[in-house]
Design a protein. Structure first.
Lengths: 368, 153
């Protein structure tokens, strides 16, 4: 039970003013701009958009600035903002096979149509702090090479041609697409809802769960079939216009995890799959998401649910960092009355304990 | 009007929108300034909203909701009656209105060519150049595998 506590208004007002002061930091240091955050801390912006579940770089940068770099607070701000706008509808599903690819790697095939494209990556860097960046610096221009217009089929499409991998679940036009922002999540949850939940889930939570599955808690033998990053076009069926209008492009990262094969008496064995998709360049996120997506298919694939990563109620109920932080941090709110009643009970129990232990010896002897 | 005409016009409008959404507001306005734009009224006040972005399970399967994006939209009507619509990602209502204006103009006989040559063509060129530049940067990071021959020989 919470009680309204009066008398704190001035303290709260002053605390917020102090917050604004602390946020600004040393006033002699130039203030960071939204475009600086968006351009130079871009992966942080991508994470806030992904988990804030709102694609808008400028707003995500603002949230990061306002939250003083506290990512979960920034995600919270973005989620709160989306409640202020009407929803026009849902886009046509994006086609990641038509992505303008800026990075595309596979750990399963060395030579695949379109090739391995590293793009910009931390991979193969030495993870040594770079003293050059302590001062302002201007890096060299990127190297240019002639771009061959190449088709870039997804690795899963290549495997699928030979039936070596299960196909994706087909679209059922009769079936509405589940939306957990409209209807509360209930269990068992179908894969569309699970993926929506995982897409906005805390990266750290999914990373740990994915890692746990690799270490043997619900092992599913994953290969990174393909990870691709780039821009895809978005279209929206606008009723007023009468046709699908182009909205522009968004940056996405996609992970196709290829997992241990499975067959039945009636179906030849084939690889199974896990899928990850996120806004911006979010490679760790989509890999973790794909591992957990595959783990959560245990029920569907007839596997024993023995590990946390396979338990959909556990995973989906605890994956959202805005909900999680709300419940953990609500412990800071006044619980004075709750606590007073606990205190009263504890005092009573302690008194009974002392009374029992200091009873006259005669009582004890009688008992014996 | 025949359905072929309508289809042709729809394709043209979609193609124009597909260029305009990738341009900055100031860019569109700058190119439009070369035209003697006729009077128009707002049919719908430009507004901000959200569109739920969808992906597909496995990239090619059943759809799922990935997350939302901010979107702006507007609708305008020319004095001559043509109605144009503008939709774009982001919260720039002016951009939505300019797209709507271009959409209305390309439906008129008087302006369709001018919009094509003075607005869309230069934007298309600039966008293609940017994409080419990015593609060239990306191409330089493509791995060229070669096999090291090991052993005696």
């Amino acid at each position: 039970m919470y009680v309204a506590v009066k008398g704190g208004e001035r303290a709260i007002e002053n605390a917020h003013r102090l917050l604004a002061h602390e946020r600004r930091g040393d006033r002699a240091v130039p203030e960071v701009s939204l475009s600086q955050i968006s351009e130079q801390l871009s992966l942080g912006v991508d994470r806030v958009m992904t988990e804030g579940s709102l694609y808008d770089r400028e707003l995500a940068a603002l949230a990061i600035k306002q939250a003083r770099g506290d990512m979960i607070e920034a995600i919270f701000l973005l989620r709160a903002f989306r409640a202020t706008l009407p929803r026009f509808g849902a886009s046509e599903p994006v086609d990641t096979s038509q992505m303008r690819v800026r990075r595309r790697i596979s750990s399963t095939f060395k030579d695949m149509p379109g090739g391995q494209i590293l793009g910009s990556t931390f991979d193969y860097t030495h993870r040594l702090l770079d003293p050059v960046l302590t001062e302002e610096s201007m890096p060299e221009q990127p190297v240019l090479a002639e771009a061959q217009p190449a088709v870039m089929p997804r690795v899963t499409d290549i495997l699928g041609r030979d039936g070596l991998i299960e196909s994706s679940p087909a679209e059922d036009a009769e079936q509405p697409v589940g939306d957990l922002t409209r209807d509360a999540l209930s269990f068992p949850a179908e894969r569309d809802l699970r993926l929506q939940n995982l897409a906005r889930a805390d990266e750290g939570f999914l990373l740990s769960l994915g890692y746990s599955s690799q270490r043997g808690y619900g092992r599913n033998h994953p290969f990174a079939g393909e990870i691709r990053l780039g821009e895809v076009e978005v279209e929206f069926m606008a009723e007023d216009v009468g046709f699908a209008v182009p909205l522009g492009a968004i940056t996405l990262t996609e992970c196709q995890m290829v997992n241990q094969f499975k067959g039945t008496d009636t179906e030849a064995p084939s690889f199974t799959r896990g899928y990850g998709l996120a806004f911006g360049q979010s490679e760790r996120k989509v890999m973790s998401m794909a591992l957990v997506d595959r783990a959560l298919r245990a029920r569907e694939l007839g596997e024993d649910v023995v590990a946390p990563s396979q338990d959909e109620e556990f995973v989906l109920s605890h994956s959202d960092n805005v909900q999680a932080t709300g419940f953990v941090e609500h412990l800071k709110l006044p619980h004075y009355v709750d606590f007073q009643s606990e205190l009263g009970l504890l005092r009573k129990l302690r008194k009974e304990f002392h009374d029992a232990n200091s009873a006259p010896d005669a009582m004890k002897e009688a008992a014996e | 009007m025949t359905s072929t005409f309508l289809n042709g016009q729809q394709t043209r409008r979609q193609a124009a929108m597909a260029v305009l959404v990738h341009a900055a507001t100031a860019e569109i306005a700058g190119h439009l300034a070369a035209l003697d734009v006729p009077a128009y009224e707002q049919l719908r006040e430009p507004e901000n909203g959200l569109v739920m972005l969808r992906g597909r399970i496995g990239g090619d399967g059943a759809p799922f909701n990935l997350g939302e994006a901010t979107v702006s939209r507007a609708a305008v009507r020319l004095a001559s009656g043509e109605v144009g619509f503008g939709y774009t990602l982001g919260r720039d209502r002016t951009k939505a209105e300019l797209i709507a204006l271009c959409d209305a103009l390309i439906q008129t006989d008087a302006f369709t060519d001018a919009v094509e040559t003075k607005v869309l063509a230069p934007l298309r060129g600039r966008i293609a150049e940017d994409r080419q530049q990015r593609a060239a940067q990306t191409a330089a990071t493509k791995v060229d595998f070669y096999t090291l021959v090991r052993g005696e020989g």
